[in-house]
Design a binder for this molecule. Structure first.
Ligand SMILES: Cc1cc2nc3c(=O)[nH]c(=O)nc-3n(C[C@H](O)[C@H](O)[C@H](O)COP(=O)(O)OP(=O)(O)OC[C@H]3O[C@@H](n4cnc5c(N)ncnc54)[C@H](O)[C@@H]3O)c2cc1C
Length: 386
């Protein structure tokens, strides 16, 4: 298991090393600030086959591998280049389509995802339901040869750049379903369809993607755009959400390493008394602890990805990896900032720019508390409070 991950990692690392010589951290910061996208980088990744790593070979990819996508995102983030769109499009779009799509859906979307001609975003969060995803109210009502979609979503990342959105809706309202897991269906929706309206939110993150509130007002969605069986979208949904947790965990670990790398360099040279500040255990021990936590989180993340690829039940490990990575990422960026003293707050050190992302990972895509609720209830078997 570890041997295959090592081989995967080496190939991907070589590619990322070459790629980030051209598309480095300063390129990323400039594009995240301007919001002008990274199309040329995306095209090069597609040409090298890296957008097809979650697409089966028969649909133009290189074989569906969450492991490889995880390593790719981790290696990019190790160099300060987090690519959120790879998460929402290639983990949350391609994987559920490859696993649950009809033959026509696979033929239509997967080759275009692998070529980089198509991007997906993923829409589940609603203002009133929040973390209680089963309580979503966006309703898809059957009407002739289509569904009619009404409702709203919030905080949808990259909706302006995506050619399609994967929308989680109810085909049976929560209060009429026999079980809260029933009555959920997923739909592939064209953001340009009549009745779709988007408003950009004022989120203050340093990221390539912007967030949107989306309104669906009687949007017609053809039957053939439903992904998976009607009312049985629970499994489809988690075949998007678990890869999201794993790939964001990998990204967070990479950003933590990137920050810690800067801190180590600074701590070796900065002297304010007689020795470099890195010699003071008040700084070196927290840095050593942060490194240990990052690597522990990385092991759990790789394990979750391998389990998912082999068809195992990855939920427990995906959640634990996401929790561990978020806490380790926050810890690493925080200690890196402490090491840098006042200069941590300048643009030149490019550290404060990492803080919003790692801190976000304690809140999104699933909050720390909801992960702990899941572990307490489903892993430990404790009663729930809500
Ligand atoms: C930058 C950004 C990007 C995002 N991108 C996307 C996207 O692309 N697609 C998408 O669908 N969503 C996206 N989201 C939404 C994100 O997944 C949600 O914000 C997150 O799941 C939390 O939901 P909420 O904001 O409604 O918080 P709430 O559910 O209102 O929670 C508020 C607080 O209450 C706590 N809480 C609630 N219930 C319990 C409980 N039972 N026990 C203990 N504590 C509890 C929560 O842990 C949290 O601390 C994004 C959000 C952000 C900020």
């Amino acid at each position: 298991m570890l041997e295959s991950t090592d081989r995967e990692r080496e190939t991907v690392r070589d590619f990322v090393q070459r790629l980030t010589r051209k598309y480095d951290r300063s390129y990323w910061v400039e594009r995240a600030t301007s919001g002008t996208g990274v199309d040329e980088m995306w095209r090069e990744m597609a040409a090298a086959g890296y957008l097809g790593i979650t697409v089966p070979e028969e649909y133009g990819g290189t074989g569906m591998s969450l492991v490889r996508l995880t390593v790719l995102l981790e290696e990019l983030a190790n160099r300060g280049v987090p690519l959120g769109f790879l998460v929402v499009s290639n983990a949350m779009g391609a994987i559920p389509i490859a696993r649950h799509g009809t033959e026509a859906q696979k033929q239509r979307y997967l080759p275009r995802l692998a070529e980089g001609a198509e991007k997906f975003c993923f829409a589940i969060t609603e203002p009133d339901a929040g973390s209680n995803s089963f309580n979503i109210r966006t309703l898809a009502r059957r009407d002739g040869d289509s569904y009619v979609l009404s409702g709203q979503k919030v905080f949808i990342s990259g909706a302006d750049q995506a050619q399609h959105m994967l929308v989680v809706a109810r085909t049976t309202p929560a209060d009429q379903a026999a079980d809260k897991r029933q009555g959920i269906s997923l739909f592939i929706v064209d953001p340009k369809a009549a009745g779709v309206e988007m408003h950009r939110l004022d989120t203050r993150l340093m990221a390539l993607e912007r967030q949107f509130q989306i309104f669906f007002d009687g949007v017609r969605v053809p039957h053939e755009n439903r992904l998976g069986a009607e009312g049985d979208g629970f499994k489809v949904m988690f075949d998007a959400l678990n890869p999201e947790r794993v790939t964001l965990a990998a990204t967070t670990i990479g950003i933590g390493r990137f920050a810690l790398g800067k801190a180590v360099e600074y701590a070796r040279t900065r002297k304010v008394f007689d020795v470099p500040i890195g010699a003071h255990q008040g700084l070196s021990h927290p840095m050593a602890v942060a490194k240990t936590h990052l690597e522990l989180a990385a092991l759990m993340t790789h394990y979750a990805a391998e389990l998912f690829d082999s068809g195992g039940k990855a939920g427990m490990y995906a959640n634990m990896a996401k929790y561990a990575a978020a806490e380790a990422g926050i810890e690493a960026v925080d200690v890196a900032m402490q090491v840098h003293g006042g200069s941590a707050f300048t643009g030149e050190t490019d550290l404060i720019t990492l803080w919003p992302f790692v801190r976000l990972m304690r809140t999104a895509p699933v909050t720390r508390e909801m992960i702990l609720n899941y572990i307490a209830e489903h892993v430990l078997g404790l009663p729930r409070s809500y």
